[in-house]
Each structure stands twice: as C-alpha cells, then as structure tokens.
Design a binder for this molecule. Sequence first.
Ligand SMILES: Nc1ncnc2c1ncn2[C@@H]1O[C@H](COP(=O)(O)OP(=O)(O)OP(=O)(O)O)[C@@H](O)[C@H]1O
Length: 276
Amino acid sequence: MRVDLQALHTRHPAARREAPDALADLSVQIQTGEAVAVIGPSGAGKTSLLHALACALPPTAGQMLLDGQDPWRLSERARHALRGRLCLLPQTPPLPPRQRVVHAVLAGALPRWSLLYSLASLFYPRASDVQAAATALAAFDLADKLWERVDRLSGGERQRVGLARALLSQGSLWLVDEPLSALDPTRAQAALQLLVNQAQARGVTLVASLHHVELALAAFPRVIGLRAGRLLFDLPAAEVNDARLQALYAQHEQELHAPLPSPEPDPVAPVAMTCR
Ligand SMILES: Nc1ncnc2c1ncn2[C@@H]1O[C@H](COP(=O)(O)OP(=O)(O)OP(=O)(O)O)[C@@H](O)[C@H]1O
C-alpha cells in the first residue's frame, strides 16, 4: 500500500485545548513494499502516526492518502473495508487471558473471514488454519505454544504471539508499535528482521515505531525521526549519523542509549502453599 501524507496535522480527541498537535505539518511519502522505522523520544508522536495511518485518528488539517484514497472522504462502509487491508499491531497486544494461542494468532485473519467462519473457527478451527497459525508461531520460535493459554505466557512470548498475527493477515500495510519492549536483545533482533523480511517477501508496506535506535538502523533501510510531532529527518539508515540522533534526542539522551530488557522471564509458576 502506498502512503502519502501531505502537511498532516492531528490531535487526540481527549487532548487539552492548549496541548500542541500530536502530529504537525507532516509530509511523508512511502511506496508500496517499503519498510520504514519511526524513531524519536517519548511523546514524539510515533504511536499517533501509526494510529493516523490506521484510520483511527482523523487529520485536523492536511491530508492522508492510502493508495491514492482519502479514507476520511470515503463512506463508513468503504473506510471499514479499507481498514481490513491494514494490520495494526499495538505495543501490548489485546489478548484475552483465557484464550488459546492458536485463536490469538488466527485473529490476524479475522478481517478476511465472514462472521460465521470466524465463530466456527473458535470451536472447530480448520486443519489448514491451525497449520498456518503453527507456521507463524514457529517463525517466532513459539511452535510449542500453539494450544497454550495466553495467560500462561511470559510478556515476551505474548508480544511475539501478537507479531505472529501479522503473518496471518492479508493486510497490505503493517503498522507495528514498539514490537520489542518485552523481548531480550537476541529475540528482538530476530523478530524485527523476520518482520522486515516477511513484509518484503509479501510486498507489504511496513511502518514500525521503535525505541531501540541501533536495532532500527540495523534492520530498516529508511528511518524517520519525529520530535514533538514534527518531522526532523527522513533518511536512508546509513545517513542517520550521531549528530542527527543527538539533535533528535536532545534532553532525552537516556532514551537514545536505552538497553533492551534482560531475557524474558518465564511465566510465574503457581506457588504451592501448605498449612500445618
Ligand atoms: N489518548 C491521548 N489523549 C491525549 N493526548 C494524547 C493521547 N495519546 C497521546 N497523546 C499526546 O500526543 C503526543 C504524542 O504521543 P504519542 O503517544 O504519539 O508519542 P510516542 O512517540 O508514541 O511516545 P512513546 O514513545 O512514549 O510511546 C503526546 O504529547 C501525548 O501526550
């Protein structure tokens, strides 16, 4: 999917009147099949950009075109159909705790399934769908968790289940919000590279917000730097030098060098207590 932002402004409905726009005067073009990382300090507007692209946050000025169409000029029905071509992966995947992992992953296919098929799949999932979920999980090193309950996974495992959903979706624009916050460094790098490779192989446009700058520069060919809702740079990763990063993270230097979390802890095992 092709993305064209023209002097886009947006703000959150609940924002205080005096608060600045979450995104201001943002002009960016992304071609079909491109992979772009969005970096910037906390509050820069990374999540707001993903929500704007997901048609969840309307522009207050300027314009957004997806494959040449302005979603906000479409009928409700046509906009809904367009949303079905988008895959938004939030930082904390909304996974019902008692759900089985297989169903959590198959949720990635819901936009292309009928209501009846979706309901039937909850009770009698087709062998081919289960196989597709298993393949997606295996790609994220979670093959053995297919029938596990979501609340028995570690935070990092849950985050990888959320990412595996993308592989089931037939969306042509993947919007991934900080996919690495609960992953240890080795898994973070592998998961990110997998997303980039899969998006490229499918001709999907990928936009990912990332806190970890080094990983963003290593995995993505193009990097956008946002600060206070405005575009500070939009460059090939090789041209994002120290000076640009210092300017982007001025007064937020600790975020520039933030380490990834230590290895994922195992889910807490139930504690057996005995009373005498
Ligand atoms: N639900 C909301 N209601 C009101 N204002 C919001 C809301 N969400 C974000 N904002 C404001 O929009 C601006 C951009 O926030 P956003 O969450 O997009 O930044 P971010 O770069 O993703 O930050 P982080 O790295 O901390 O996740 C901030 O000023 C923030 O306070």
